[in-house]
Design a protein around this ligand. Structure first.
Ligand SMILES: Cc1cc2nc3c(=O)[nH]c(=O)nc-3n(C[C@H](O)[C@H](O)[C@H](O)COP(=O)(O)O)c2cc1C
Length: 405
C-alpha cells in the first residue's frame, strides 16, 4: 500500500500536505479573510444538511457521469481556479491538470497561476478551462483571452468577486511571495521540507507564468509585485461581460455570485453559467456560506442556466448535497491543493478518487443509481430535528424553500 493509498479522507490529505509544504504556501491555501468566519461557515453549513436514507432499492449499474457546460464528465466535480498552485508543489498546475484529465473532470487554470496557459496546454492531454481576472491593462487582458482561445480552452470562468482584496492576515505575517524570498526563516523551513525544495529546484516555473514576459515593466520580481497589486480593476462591472464574451467567443461562466439579484444580473448580461462562490471565504468575511446561498440562486435562475457551487466541498457527501440542492457540479479548491501538496499529481488523483468513491456509495445509500436523478428528495427536511432547526436560523435552506422547487 503506497503512502497516498493510506490517506482515506480529504482532511487526512490536508494533514499530509501540512507536513510537506512550506508554511507560507500551506497557510496561503488554509486561510480566509480577517476572522475567517466565512471560511469556517463554508464547511460547517454542509454538516447541517441531512441526507435522506432509503433502503431496499436496486443499486446495480450506478452512474456518476453527467455533463457540465456542454462537456461530458465522469462525475459532477471540477477543480476551482487557484493562484500560485505551482507553489504547493513544483509544476503544480500541470500536475493538477493531468490528474483532472485522467479522472475525467475539468481543471480550471487561474490567471495567477505559476505555469502559463501555453505550458499547461503543452503538458496535459485534455482541454482545461481558463479563469480570468480583469485587470486595468485591457490590452493584456485581451491578449490573455486570445491566449486561452489559442490553447483551445473550451470555457472561460470570469471571476467577479475580486476587484479589491480581502485581507488575509497569515499571508501578511508570513511575507508570502512567489518565488519565495530566501530569508533565514524560509531556509529553515525548507530544510524541514526537502522534497518540496528538491522538486522546486528542478523546475524553472517559479513565478506568475501568465504575466512575466507578457506585460511591459513586469520583468523582475519587484516590479511584478507592484504591477499585480495595482492591476485589479476597480471599475469592473456587468457591462464588461459583453466584450469579454465577444472576444472569447465561447461560454463564459461568472464566478463569485452569492446573491440571487446578482445571479439574475449575470444572466441578463450574458453569463452562460454561474458559480455560487464566496472565493473560499477569502473575500467578504461575514458573508454567508456558498452552500447556504445556493437554493435561493437556483430558485432565481436555475431553470435558465447551469448553476455550480464551490466553498467547503471536502467529501463525496458534500458533492451529493450540492447536487441535491440544485447545483450541476461542485468545484473544489483546497481539497485538490492539499492533494497536490501531499503528493503532486498522484495526490490530486487520490483526492478525486476519494470523492468519487464517497459520492458513489453515498448516492447508493440514498437509494439512487444515477447522479442526474439526485434532487431535493434526497435530503432529509424533517422539520423537527434540532440540526435542521438551527440551520434555519442561519441559512435560507428552510425546508419550504427546497420543497417548492
Ligand atoms: C489558495 C487559493 C487561491 C485561490 N486563487 C483563486 C484565483 O486565482 N482565482 C479565482 O477565481 N479564485 C481563486 N480562489 C478561490 C477558488 O477558486 C474557490 O472559489 C475556493 O477555493 C473554493 O473553496 P474551497 O477551497 O473551500 O473548495 C483561490 C482559493 C484558494 C484556496
Amino acid at each position: 500500500m503506497s503512502r497516498l493509498d493510506k490517506v482515506l479522507t480529504v482532511d487526512e490529505m490536508k494533514a499530509c500536505a501540512r507536513r510537506r509544504v512550506p508554511k507560507q504556501f500551506f497557510d496561503y491555501a488554509d486561510s480566509g479573510s480577517w476572522t475567517e468566519s466565512t471560511y469556517r461557515a463554508n464547511r460547517a453549513d454542509f454538516e447541517k444538511i441531512l441526507l435522506r436514507q432509503r433502503i431496499a432499492r436496486s443499486l446495480e449499474d450506478r452512474s456518476l457521469a453527467t455533463a457540465i457546460a456542454g462537456q461530458d464528465v465522469a462525475m459532477p466535480v471540477a477543480l476551482s481556479p487557484t493562484g500560485l498552485t505551482g507553489m504547493q508543489c513544483a509544476d503544480g498546475e500541470i500536475k493538477a491538470a493531468r490528474a483532472a484529465a485522467s479522472a475525467g473532470v475539468p481543471f480550471t487554470l487561474s490567471t495567477m497561476s505559476i505555469c502559463s496557459i501555453e505550458d499547461v496546454a503543452a503538458n496535459s492531454s485534455r482541454p482545461f478551462w481558463f479563469q480570468l481576472y480583469v485587470m486595468r491593462d485591457r490590452k493584456f487582458i485581451e491578449r490573455l483571452i486570445d491566449r486561452a482561445k489559442a490553447a483551445k480552452c473550451p470555457v472561460l470562468v470570469l471571476t467577479m468577486d475580486l476587484q479589491i482584496l480581502g485581507q488575509r492576515h497569515k499571508d501578511i505575517r508570513n511575507g508570502l511571495s512567489a518565488p519565495p524570498k530566501f530569508t533565514p526563516r524560509f531556509l529553515f523551513e525548507i530544510a524541514r521540507k526537502p522534497q518540496w525544495a528538491f522538486e522546486m529546484l528542478g523546475t524553472k516555473r517559479r513565478s506568475f507564468g501568465n504575466i512575466v514576459g507578457h506585460v511591459d515593466n513586469a520583468g523582475d520580481l519587484a516590479s511584478l509585485s507592484a504591477w499585480t497589486a495595482n492591476q485589479f480593476d476597480l471599475t469592473l462591472n456587468w457591462k464588461d461581460v459583453a466584450w469579454i464574451k465577444n472576444r472569447f467567443g465561447g461560454p463564459v461562466i461568472v464566478k463569485g455570485v452569492l446573491d440571487p439579484e446578482d445571479a439574475k444580473l449575470a444572466l441578463a448580461h450574458g453569463a452562460d453559467g454561474i458559480i455560487v462562490s464566496n472565493h473560499g471565504g477569502r473575500q467578504l468575511d461575514g458573508a454567508r456560506s456558498s452552500i447556504s446561498a445556493l437554493p435561493a440562486i437556483v430558485e432565481a435562475v436555475g431553470d435558465k442556466t447551469e448553476v455550480y457551487v464551490d466553498g467547503g466541498v471536502a467529501s463525496g457527501q458534500d458533492v451529493l448535497k450540492a447536487i441535491a440542492l440544485g447545483a450541476k457540479a461542485a468545484f473544489i479548491g483546497r481539497a485538490f491543493l492539499w492533494g497536490l501538496g501531499a503528493g503532486g499529481e498522484a495526490g490530486v488523483a487520490r483526492v478525486l478518487d476519494i470523492l468519487r468513491r464517497e459520492l458513489d456509495v453515498t448516492m447508493a445509500l440514498c437509494g439512487e443509481r444515477d447522479i442526474r436523478k439526485v434532487g431535493p428528495h434526497n435530503l432529509d427536511l424533517g422539520g423537527t430535528w434540532p440540526r435542521i432547526g438551527s440551520m434555519r436560523e442561519t441559512t435560507p435552506l428552510a425546508a419550504a424553500d427546497i420543497r417548492t422547487r
